[in-house]
Ligand binder design. Structure first.
Ligand SMILES: [Zn+2]
Ligand SMILES: [Zn+2]
Length: 151
């Protein structure tokens, strides 16, 4: 399953490049590979560090620009908090929202049909057409709240 989705994601990316007359390059494909292998919320630097282990010739700017291409192609979505961006896989993933720990930066995903329903009701009352939303709830994770040192 995961394997099939990865293959589709690669196809989606190649199609996006072709459609937009962008070059297919080994570097772009290597970055996609590393991105697809990691199941986390990655900052540009996180991904850059991972890519660099296997492809020391790839620069940070290339990683950043390529992430933006993933985003444009519908493969990645961006979360922003405290002035920092993080990227996660988006393709065929179920909608979810995030708890973000201010101490250690841990990100915990959740989804709540009840919250989704409530916001639809409120939007209907306000005649507001929702085309997307993002809940980011800030605080401290269980470990940090217990006062455990950085983990
Ligand atoms: Zn924490
Ligand atoms: Zn997420």
């Amino acid at each position: 399953m995961a394997q099939n989705v990865s293959r589709e994601e690669r196809e989606v990316f190649v199609n996006y490049l072709v459609k937009n007359r962008l070059k297919r390059s080994d570097q772009r494909e290597a970055i996609l590979d590393v991105f697809l292998r990691s199941e986390r919320h990655l900052s540009v630097d996180d991904l850059f560090q991972l890519v660099r282990k296997r492809h020391p010739e790839v620069g940070r700017t290339t990683v950043y620009r390529t992430l933006k291409l993933f985003q444009a192609a519908g493969l990645a979505s961006e979360l922003q908090f405290e002035g920092k961006s993080r990227f996660e896989r988006e393709y065929k993933r179920q909608h979810h929202d995030h708890f973000i720990c201010r101490s250690c930066g841990d990100i915990i995903e959740f989804s709540s049909p009840e919250i989704e329903r409530l916001q639809d009701e409120i939007a209907a009352e306000l005649k507001f057409e929702i085309d997307g939303h993002r809940h980011q709830i800030f605080g401290r994770c269980r470990r940090c709240a217990r006062g455990v040192a950085r983990h």
